[in-house]
Design a protein around this ligand. Structure first.
Ligand SMILES: Cc1cc2nc3c(=O)[nH]c(=O)nc-3n(C[C@H](O)[C@H](O)[C@H](O)COP(=O)(O)O)c2cc1C
Length: 295
């Protein structure tokens, strides 16, 4: 993961773990491979109008709209708490312009507790957010601008709402990304047939959960054939076997998102489950199974 070595390959997906506080009472956060924050923008954001969450069959539709405390709020209110824990802290960054992304990265870069950045190029529920993540030129532009702003690990998180995610991964790698994270949510919507209106206040949202796992798997597989930097797989993981599938497709680490809402101990169960699964098969290093399905 760039200069980072993780104690284990399991971490939360941004936005499903807050800034860690809510989970700290449920298990020891030090057991995670890394901590990944909710998105941080320059100024605080209130997010989208309600309703913002709809439960679907095997999936969740959300239009939170990147509600967050802003860079200063993160530094003052969230970072002190995170000092008490040892796993690398990756800050998920979002912005409406390259300059805004860069401002967030440069403001957080001097903070020792911040280990690296995950750049969210792809929130389908924020109007201007998508454009950076949909073209190779856009991905290259933002990656090089941020590369110039930090020497810390820079992870680029891709949108699946494009025709060529592997090409975008390659563009990010070429511009200096240390790892590629795939995937973010898929754009979607639901209509209330009695009201004859969209259910979400923002009309459209992002689909996550078990229903998107097969989509994420294909993107990770294609990325494995396209890039040499580590890939972090995310999308629909609920159990050990899902995580192992991602590793075999080419991921070096995985993130657990929506499953945290159903069972907040999912990450711990996956960490223990992977250890057991590998032990039973005499597999000593994660490396032995990364990309194993490619033959
Ligand atoms: C409620 C919610 C909030 C999210 N917020 C963010 C965010 O702030 N930044 C980001 O990059 N991804 C965000 N995501 C996307 C997740 O990190 C993840 O990429 C996606 O949900 C797929 O993984 P999953 O199926 O395991 O949930 C959010 C997802 C959900 C469900």
């Amino acid at each position: 993961m760039g200069s980072l070595t993780l104690a284990n390959p399991v971490m939360p997906a941004s936005g499903t773990f807050g800034y860690g506080e809510e989970f700290a009472g449920l298990f020891d956060l030090n057991r995670l491979g890394a901590l990944v924050s909710k998105a941080v923008s320059t100024l605080p954001r209130h997010g989208n109008p309600p309703p913002r969450l709809v439960e679907l069959k095997s999936a969740l539709l959300n239009s939170i709209g990147l509600q967050n405390v802003g860079t200063q709020g993160f530094i003052e209110k969230k970072l002190p708490f995170l000092h008490d824990y040892s796993p690398p802290l990756i800050v998920n960054v979002v912005g409406d312009s390259v300059e805004e992304y860069r401002e967030v990265v440069e403001a957080l870069d001097p903070h020792e507790r911040v280990s690296g950045f995950e750049i969210n190029l792809s929130c389908p529920n924020v109007k201007k957010g998508l454009e950076y993540g949909t073209t190779c030129a856009g991905v290259e532009r933002i990656t090089s601008a941020l590369r110039a702003g930090t020497r810390k690990p820079l992870w680029i998180k891709l949108s699946p709402n494009v025709s060529n995610p592997a090409e975008l991964g390659k563009a990010a790698e070429g511009a200096g990304a240390d790892a590629i994270v795939a995937i973010n949510t898929l754009g979607g919507m639901v209509i209330d047939i009695e009201k004859r209106r969209p259910v979400l206040g923002a009309r459209f949202g992002g689909v996550s959960g078990p229903a998107i796992k097969a989509v994420a798997m294909k993107v990770v597989w294609q990325l494995h054939e396209a890039v040499a930097v580590p890939i972090i797989g995310v999308g629909g993981i609920t159990r050990t076997e899902d995580a192992i599938e991602f590793l075999m497709a080419g991921a070096t680490a995985v993130q657990v998102g929506t499953a945290n809402f159903v069972n907040p101990l999912t990450m711990i169960e996956v960490i223990e489950g992977m250890r057991e699964w590998m032990g039973e098969r005499g597999i000593k290093k994660i490396r032995e199974i990364v990309g194993a399905a490619h033959g």
